[in-house]
Ligand binder design. Structure first.
Ligand code: GDP
Ligand code: IMO
Ligand code: MG
Length: 433
């Protein structure tokens, strides 16, 4: 029995969905443990191309249990649409289960998310506007509505009778926005509860049953560690509780930390970021455009369709996330996107006010002034997208992977050279890049 966590090592969109689709083969249950439908995980396999927001990327393997656990905030309309979308393309959701302890994103969360961004003005975070942050604020503030309430019309009414007037006061008095009508919200969510009821159960107990029976579990992270409230680049982060880091996986799935065997950190071969906040290696020139548009899948947000900000690999920020997650193995994705460059810079330190620093500063104002110090690595200028064995990778590409591995302080065990399931190189034990 093994429990493995897949986390994003940067600012999200590292290819976690792609990795989980690859690794789910060996697991009995695949679990989304944090965040909400701010996440967008792209999977391309023999069934087609899919964008998942809430459903774990193991759903394409018949017979695997796919769990949306207690740590996730679900928007019922989005979840129902995702279920219908998969079913209409012949992907069964029969084995999908939803935690009765998961929190529910309500219409006032979406309204507050957008109104709050407007109120922040220049200090806006650049959220996905899906109500995820405000839903977790309510979770911490003990004002949340959970799936257990959603599927029980009486409990839903009682809870909403208390919460909705409270939220309407916030909408009207703080944001000058329209209040929401009780009956309309209640009836709509009662209907969602009725439709989702068949998926609901105590998912922590289910996972413990599977583990007790010797089944492997794969925990699918959302976002990236640099977007984490504690370890990330606060305040330009996401508000998921539990954390999107490996430590949050246990809390979010109802599994103790002693059960987790392996932490797979997914890192892009360069950096991207959506939304606001400092990004020292960001390229605002033509090279940035090439990184964004090169290769089979351009860097366009899966959830919002926003172009992603692109830049060279930042080893300072990435090493920080490897440390705080206890990453045991790294997976390096989108190496193919670097195929055309004659040289590839990697940021190994920052210069701030004339001083060299090699760790991630806590202060946003310091991080905003960080200038990248680059080490130039030789490019390989060859097509890697068809390579499946380490030995067939050009020497310069192997040297690039080797250097990233040294800088991260962990071995790279998987190299992804394309978005499709089989476009991956597994580095065998003892076979260093
Ligand atoms: P996630 O949120 O971490 O699951 O990542 P996203 O799915 O949001 O973004 C990753 C993007 O890169 C998607 O469009 C994937 O199809 C694509 N992708 C994943 N791995 C590779 C790779 O090795 N090469 C290329 N070119 N694209 C990849
Ligand atoms: P996946 O799982 C990339 C970013 C948003 C914004 C900040 C806060 O696909 O990697 P929020 O709506 O969460 O309050 O927005 O966090 N963000 C992501 N960026 N990938 C994600 O998920 C993200 N989830 C949140 O762009 O900057
Ligand atoms: Mg994504």
């Amino acid at each position: 029995m093994a429990v493995r966590v897949v986390i994003g090592g940067q600012w999200g969109d590292e290819g976690k969905g792609r990795l989980v689709d690859l690794l789910a083969r060996d697991a009995r249950a695949i679990v989304r443990y944090s965040a909400g439908n701010n996440a967008g995980h792209t999977v391309i396999n023999e069934r087609g191309e899919f964008a998942l927001h809430l459903i774990p990327a193991g759903i394409f393997y018949p017979g695997k249990v796919c769990v949306i656990s207690n740590g996730v905030a679900i928007d019922p309309a989005v979840l129902l649409k995702e279920i219908e979308g998969l079913e209409s393309r012949g992907v069964s959701t029969e084995n999908l289960v939803l935690s009765d302890r998961a929190h529910v994103i309500m219409p006032y969360h979406v309204a507050i998310d957008r109104a709050d961004e407007a109120l922040r003005g220049k200090a806006a975070i650049g959220t996905t506007g899906r109500g995820v942050g405000p839903a977790f604020v309510d979770k911490v503030g003990r004002l949340g509505i959970r799936v257990a309430d959603l599927v029980d019309p009486k409990a839903l009414r009682t809870r909403l009778e208390f919460v909705l007037p409270y939220k309407n006061a916030v909408l009207e008095r703080l944001y000058g926005a329209e209040p929401l009508d009780f009956t309309a919200v209640y009836e709509c969510y009662r209907d969602y509860g009725e439709r989702l009821g068949r998926y609901v159960r105590d998912t922590a107990l289910l996972l413990h049953e599977i583990m007790g029976d010797g089944g492997d579990i794969l925990l699918e992270g959302a976002q990236g560690s640099l977007l984490d409230l504690d370890s990330g680049t606060y305040e330009y982060v996401s508000s998921s509780v539990p954390s999107s880091t490996a430590a949050g996986a246990g809390v979010g799935a109802g599994i103790g930390p002693t059960e987790i065997d392996e932490v797979i950190g997914v890192y892009k071969a360069y950096m991207t970021r959506v939304g606001n906040g400092p990004m020292p290696t960001e390229l605002l020139d033509e090279t940035g455009d090439i990184l964004r548009m090169e290769g089979p899948r351009p860097e366009i947000g899966t959830t919002t369709g926003r172009p992603r900000r692109c830049g060279w690999f930042d080893a300072v920020a990435s090493r920080h996330s490897a440390l705080v997650n206890g990453v045991t193995m790294a997976a390096l994705t989108r190496l193919d996107v670097l195929d055309r460059f004659p040289t590839i810079p990697v940021c190994t330190a920052y210069r701030v006010d004339g001083k060299l620093i090699t760790t991630l500063p806590a202060s946003t104002s310091i991080f905003a002034r960080a200038e990248p110090i680059y080490e130039e690595l030789a490019g390989w200028q060859a097509d890697t997208s068809k390579v499946r064995n380490l030995a067939d990778l050009p020497e310069q590409a192997r040297a690039y992977v080797r250097r990233i591995s040294e800088l991260l302080g962990v071995d790279v065990g998987i190299i992804s050279v394309g978005p499709e399931r089989d476009q991956a190189i597994f580095v065998r034990a003892g076979e260093a890049p």
